[in-house]
Ligand binder design. Structure first.
Ligand code: NM2
Ligand code: OGA
Ligand code: ZN
Length: 385
C-alpha cells in the first residue's frame, strides 16, 4: 500500500497521511520527532535511541510536508529545523490513531481461543524435523503463540534432554525446582505434582512474580493406568465467564488473589496477583489459577468476598467443562509446551502399578516470540533454511 497524500493539521501540531486503500492516520509532531530514524537520533549499529526526550524541544511543529515517489513522508520539524523521512510501511505499522476496543477483557488478535474442537487437530510438531528446518520450527512456535500450547513428538528420552527443546528457541528459566525437574510419584513429596494424585487444571508457579511464562513437560515413561493430560485455554475460560457474567469476570480482574508455596524447607514464595490480569488497555494478559497454591485471600473487600468466591467457583466450573478441554496421554518421546500465562494443564490420577516419569522445565515466552519474529523475517526475505 502506498502513501497518497499528507496534510498538516492544527497549525503544524500533527499531520494526516492517506494511503491508496483509503486508510488515514494522524501523527503528532512530537511523536514523529521522537521517532526520527536518522543516525543522530538512532544508533546505526543497534537501532537504540541515542537521545533523551529532554533533548527535544517541547514545542514541535510540522512544516514542508510532502509525499515522495519512493513512498516516503518527508517533513521539517521546527524549531530544530530537522528534516525527517518516514517510510510509508513503517508509518502504517505504527498507526495509533485508530478506534480502540472500548470493552475491557478482549483477547489479542494474535491469540485464537479454543475448546474441545481442537482435539482433532492438536498442534503437533516433530523434533527431528523442527530441530533442522526453520520452516517447521516457525510452524510449531506459531502454534504456541496462537493457541498457547503445542505437542512435540520424537523428543529424546535421556534425562535432561527436554532442555534441548527450550534451548532451540530460547532460554530456560531456572527456579527452586531446578533447571529441570522430575515429575513422578515420590515419598515425602515437596509438591503435590510429585504424587499420583489427579491435579485440577492449573497454571504453574502462580506464587512467583514474575511467573514462568512457558512450561515444557516431557514423557520418559508412562505405563500406568490414568495419568492423562488435559489442557484448557484460560483466555477462552475468561471470555466465557465474561460473556455469561461480566461482574464475576470483573471481580477476578479487579482484586489480587494470594498465592503461596512453602513446600520445602528452603523455599517460601508468595505473589499477589489477580486470577485474570488485564493490560491497561483491557487485553486479557494472563490467567493464574491453581487450587493447591491459593493462599488466604485478603485483598478482596469484605462486602465482595462471597461474590468473589462465586466468580472463582464459576471459573473452575468452566475449566472443568469437557467442552473446554483437549486431552491426550503422553507416551515416551512426547512433550507438550504451554503458555503458562494462558493455558492451564491438568492430569488425571494414576495407578500405583506401572511407572510414570515426566520431566519438566520452565522457559521464557518473550524469548520464544523473539526467535519466532527473527525466523519469520528471515523467511520473508527468503533466507531461511
Ligand atoms: N513442579 C512440577 O506450580 C506448581 O506448584 C506446580 C510444579 C513441582 C515444578 C508443580
Ligand atoms: C506439573 C504438572 C502434570 C503431570 O508438573 O506441573 O502439572 O502430568 N504435572 O504430571
Ligand atoms: Zn503443573
Amino acid at each position: 500500500m502506498k502513501l497518497t497524500s499528507a496534510t498538516v493539521l492544527s497549525g503544524g501540531k500533527a499531520v494526516e497521511v492517506v494511503w491508496t486503500d483509503g486508510q488515514k492516520a494522524r501523527f503528532h509532531a512530537v511523536w514523529l520527532r521522537d521517532n526520527a530514524q536518522d543516525v543522530e537520533t538512532r544508533s546505526a549499529e543497534n537501532g537504540q535511541r541515542l537521545i533523551t526526550l529532554q533533548q527535544i524541544p517541547r514545542c514541535n511543529n510540522i512544516t514542508d510536508v510532502s509525499v515522495t515517489g519512493v513512498d516516503e513522508l518527508q517533513l521539517v520539524i521546527t524549531p530544530e529545523m530537522k528534516r525527517l523521512k518516514f517510510d510509508g510501511d513503517w508509518l502504517r505499522q505504527n498507526i495509533y490513531d485508530s478506534n480502540r476496543e472500548a470493552v475491557k477483557g478482549y483477547v489479542s488478535k494474535r491469540n485464537e481461543t479454543w475448546g474441545s474442537e481442537l482435539q482433532n487437530r492438536v498442534p503437533t510438531g516433530d523434533w527431528s524435523i523442527i530441530s533442522k528446518s526453520d520452516e517447521a520450527l516457525i510452524t510449531w512456535l506459531s502454534a504456541v503463540q496462537k493457541y498457547g500450547f503445542a505437542v512435540l513428538n520424537g523428543v529424546p528420552t535421556n534425562s535432561g534432554d527436554l532442555c534441548q527443546v527450550a534451548e532451540k528457541f530460547g532460554y530456560i528459566r531456572e527456579t527452586n525446582y531446578g533447571r529441570w525437574f522430575d515429575v513422578r510419584s515420590e515419598v515425602n513429596p515437596s509438591n503435590l505434582a510429585y504424587t499420583n494424585l489427579g491435579l485440577q487444571a492449573h497454571t504453574d508457579n502462580p506464587y512467583r512474580d514474575p511467573v514462568p511464562t512457558l512450561q515444557l513437560l516431557s514423557c520418559l515413561e508412562n505405563t500406568v493406568e490414568g495419568g492423562d493430560s488435559i489442557v484448557v485455554d484460560g483466555f477462552h475460560v475468561a471470555s466465557v465467564l465474561k460473556a455469561e457474567n461480566s461482574s464475576a469476570f470483573e471481580l477476578l480482574t479487579k482484586y489480587s488473589a494470594n498465592f503461596e508455596y512453602a513446600g520445602s524447607n528452603s523455599v517460601h514464595l508468595k505473589a499477589d496477583r489477580p486470577m485474570i490480569e488485564l493490560t491497561p488497555e483491557g487485553e486479557i494478559k494472563a490467567v493464574r489459577f491453581n487450587n493447591r497454591s491459593c493462599a488466604p485471600l485478603v485483598h478482596v473487600p469484605y462486602d465482595e468476598m462471597e461474590a468473589y468466591y462465586d466468580a472463582y467457583r464459576r471459573f473452575g466450573e468452566i475449566v472443568e467443562d469437557e467442552a473446554m478441554q483437549v486431552s491426550f496421554k503422553l507416551s515416551p518421546g512426547e512433550l507438550f509446551i504451554v503458555d503458562n500465562t494462558r493455558v492451564m494443564h491438568a492430569r488425571k490420577a494414576f495407578s500405583g502399578t506401572g511407572s510414570r516419569w515426566l520431566q519438566g522445565c520452565y522457559a521464557d515466552k518473550d524469548g520464544l516470540l523473539s526467535t519466532l519474529s527473527i525466523l519469520e523475517n528471515l523467511q520473508a526475505n527468503g533466507k531461511h533454511s
